[in-house]
Design a protein around this ligand. Structure first.
Ligand code: MG
Length: 397
């Protein structure tokens, strides 16, 4: 399918923070995707918890495999809708770069630690990584991604943070920058960015069922209470009676998940296609001014919420998951206190970085931000090793 008029077009990108000559063969969105794949934060995703701690088993999703699944689903939908696949991929692969070790427990703990210093939010941190923290280029910090990729990374943003981001955006003649403005003006991002949001949800709903059953924390019987899943479970049993044997449970589960996943993908393509037909945005500018256009149909939206609620109750808040999250929180807290007391015990370079931040922040705030950057960048296992080195205590093993 050719690129639709409402798709983002790299030839009409709003540009990078630092102007660069075009590449001979690759589009700007391709370059963004390539820059993300080569950056250090991307490689760390392989050792970061999605739901199950990294060391609990080799087959559970990590932030990396989750991001790859989001990219795959996003590209499939983008192609059917005539959106720009490379942009979708660049956003999908970078959307979780800012996550702390230990999943949401890590983020909550770090946010608590940062309460007096501006807080911590993984989404803002993803942008911070691609804008400032990666050190790969001779003349600028970060990866210098296009506005469109940065816009997609910044999924949500509080009013206060949007004002701060806006203050730091360069003013270009070509209109590059201003990635925080839509949160002040309450407009939408590109369709590619909207799509990555939904692809993220489709991906984790499906893979958390798989990982949840693999872990033994939820069962197929329990999942029969979720109407969306039950529909595809029943259908699979009907079509493949030999999967009724309990020795075939893995195949039964995979086939049911596969059917559910396909149904959600086709639902988004249908529902969004209808919205695009009705609204007929003539370009990306019209997309940004319109209400959100990438969506599930109403029945699928409700079914997806029911599934999410099931996972929240039965998996994310399972006592066994909670037990590990309490230890993870403690580790993050201990590390934060230790580095605030002795910044030089961080890796070389981090203590020095807080000096650079003091242009805009007071001493303690600058130190806290650098400590948060250091901790957020850690993989699960590095955080555990650091915690043991500093406190002599071995947790989560
Ligand atoms: Mg995600």
């Amino acid at each position: 399918m050719p690129l639709a008029v409402y798709a983002s077009d790299p030839a009409r990108s709003r540009g990078r923070r630092h102007a660069e000559p075009p590449a001979p063969t690759r589009s700007d969105f391709q370059r963004d995707r390539d820059r993300v794949i080569h950056c250090s934060a991307f490689r760390r995703l392989v050792y970061k918890t999605q739901v199950f701690l990294n060391h609990e088993g080799d087959l559970f999703r990590t932030r990396l495999t989750h991001s790859l699944e989001v990219a795959q689903l996003g590209r499939s939908i983008a192609r059917a809708l005539g959106l720009h696949e490379d942009l979708v991929e660049a956003i999908a692969l970078s959307h979780d770069l800012g996550h702390t070790p230990f999943g949401h427990a890590g983020q909550d703990a770090l946010n608590d630690c940062m309460a007096d210093f501006g807080g911590f939010e993984h989404n803002l941190q993803s942008l911070r990584i691609v804008d400032q923290l990666e050190e790969r280029y001779p003349d600028f910090d970060g990866l210098n991604l296009t506005f469109e990729t940065r816009e997609g990374i910044l999924k949500h943003c509080a009013h206060k943070s949007a004002l701060l981001i806006e203050a730091g955006e360069p003013v270009h003649a070509d209109g590059g920058g201003d990635v925080g403005r839509r949160f002040l003006e309450r407009t939408q991002p590109s369709l590619e960015a909207q799509l990555c949001n939904l692809a993220d949800e489709i991906a984790y709903n499906a893979h958390d069922i798989d990982d949840g059953v693999r872990s033994g924390l939820i069962t197929i019987e329990q999942l029969e209470s979720v109407s969306l899943f039950k529909q595809y479970l029943d259908q699979t049993r009907l079509r493949h009676p030999h999967l009724g044997d309990t020795s075939q449970d893995r195949r039964l589960l995979y086939e049911s998940i596969r059917q559910m996943l396909s149904a959600q993908v086709y639902d988004v393509i249908d529902a969004t296609g209808r919205q695009l037909l009705n609204t007929a945005p003539e370009d990306v500018r019209a997309v940004r001014a319109a209400p959100a256009l990438v969506q599930f149909s109403e029945p699928m939206r409700r079914a997806s919420i029911e599934l999410k609620q099931f996972l929240l109750r039965n998996l994310y808040r399972h006592p066994q998951v909670m037990a590990t999250t309490n230890q993870a929180r403690r580790m993050v807290r201990d590390l934060f206190i230790a580095y605030m007391d002795a910044p030089r015990s961080m890796q070389p370079g981090f203590a020095a970085r807080s000096e650079a931040l003091r242009q805009n922040l007071d001493e303690l705030q600058a130190r806290a931000r650098v400590v948060a950057d250091f901790i957020a960048g850690m993989t699960d296992r590095f955080a555990m090793r650091e915690h043991e080195r500093i406190t002599g205590e071995r947790l989560l093993t």
